[in-house]
Design a protein around this ligand. Structure first.
Ligand code: HEM
Ligand SMILES: *[C@@H]1O[C@H](CO)[C@@H](O)[C@H](O)[C@H]1NC(C)=O
Length: 330
């Protein structure tokens, strides 16, 4: 190689070097494993401990942490916008009909307070929401799911977008598949996530249309008397807390019994029922009904995707002091 050639190589190397270093400095910091290892090394342990304590007091808190990750992360971003109270200008997401039945929000504040005592102003409510879901899933017998952290909190409610991301209880599977696809979750991922309906409850208002004026003939006749007993009125008394457990067999455990129930026409919501009967989802439902390990594998993958949906990182958003209130006045 002549002197000119050496020169060219040197220039090329320098150019390549500067290009990579630029890319590094410009990249968003993003999510990572154990984001708080320097700023609050005990953060994930505190969440775990608090979730366990709360679970001992109220088992259903774990169901809420699981449902929260869907209702927050599926709507545009995992930014804890779900936790914000209504303001004079904005209706909180919690007040929308799609959020019907969400509960235990005040206990999120207990977890947040425990973190504020140790590391004030460091751990975001969106990371608390995601980590509490992980611990809740484990508490009810689900898999342990490694999850990244480093999310920051959104400044406002996204109530106006809820309906475009969260399907209604009676939505068609085509629409449900489309909505999940828009946030990166494929068909097996969707089928696995709906396995969450293996725990918790459904209020009568969300299922009376399958019982009155006449019983939906697709419901398993063995299941109907129980549903009618729990929901005796075609218009449920809003003050009486009337509901049916999602999975009568193992109501407190996240397991694949959900898939056997829906194949058996014992799914409560129309979406649950259709999942077992649509040709795109039925083969996966059957496989999950037989193979809990497959269900857990897909569930883990889907929760990871959900938890990484469009986070606010770096200097975006804020770290709330209290999960139900944005610090900044916007
Ligand atoms: C097509 C999508 C979905 C629809 C239409 C839907 C709808 C519903 C409805 C109507 C309830 C009953 C609420 C009540 O009456 O109290 C419910 C409960 C629940 N959902 Fe979903 N859901 C969907 C997907 C998911 C996903 C993806 C998850 C979790 C990742 C989830 C977790 C839960 C849990 C844990 C409960 C029980 C809550 C409790 O007992 O407090 N759902 N869902
Ligand atoms: C779904 O149920 C709601 C009531 O919860 C009703 O207003 C709506 O029309 C139903 N949608 C379909 C597609 O049946």
């Amino acid at each position: 190689m002549g002197g000119k050639g050496v020169m060219m190589v040197a220039i090329l190397c320098l150019w390549a070097l500067s290009a990579t270093s630029e890319a590094v400095t410009e990249a968003e910091p993003g999510l990572m494993m154990n984001f708080y290892k320097d700023t609050c090394p005990q953060a994930e342990d505190i969440v775990r401990e608090q979730v366990k304590l709360l679970y001992k007091r109220h088992k259903n808190t774990a169901f809420s942490w699981l449902r929260n990750i869907f209702h927050d992360c599926a709507v545009e971003s995992c930014d804890a916008s779900l936790l914000l109270d209504s303001t004079r200008r904005e209706l909180g997401e919690k007040e929308h009909d799609r959020s019907f039945g969400l509960r235990n929000f005040r206990y999120i504040e207990e977890i947040k307070e425990a973190l504020e005592r140790e590391c004030p102003g460091v751990v975001s409510c969106s990371d608390i929401l995601v980590l509490s879901a992980r611990e809740g899933i484990e508490a009810v017998g689900g898999p342990y799911i490694p999850l990244k952290t480093g999310r920051r909190d959104g400044l406002k409610s996204r109530t106006d977008m809820l309906e475009s991301y969260l399907p209604d209880h009676n939505e068609s599977i085509s629409v449900v598949l489309e909505k999940f696809k828009s946030i990166g979750i494929d068909t097996p991922g969707l089928v696995a996530l709906l396995g969450s309906h293996s725990v918790g409850r459904t209020h009568c208002v969300k299922l009376v249309h399958r019982l009155y004026p006449e019983v939906d003939p697709s419901l398993n006749p063995d299941h109907v008397p129980h549903m009618l007993h729990k929901c005796p009125d075609s218009i449920p008394d809003p003050k009486a807390v009337q509901y049916v457990r999602n999975d009568r067999g193992t109501p407190m455990v996240l397991d694949n019994n959900y898939y056997r129930n829906i194949l058996d026409n014992k799914g409560l919501l129309l979406v649950d029922h259709q999942l077992a009967h649509d040709k795109r989802t039925r083969p996966i439902v059957k496989k999950m009904a037989k193979d809990q390990a497959y269900f857990f594998k897909e569930f883990t993958r889907a929760i990871q995707i959900l938890s990484e949906n469009n986070p606010l990182t770096g200097s975006k958003g804020e770290i709330r002091k209290q999960c139900n209130l944005a610090n900044k006045n916007h």
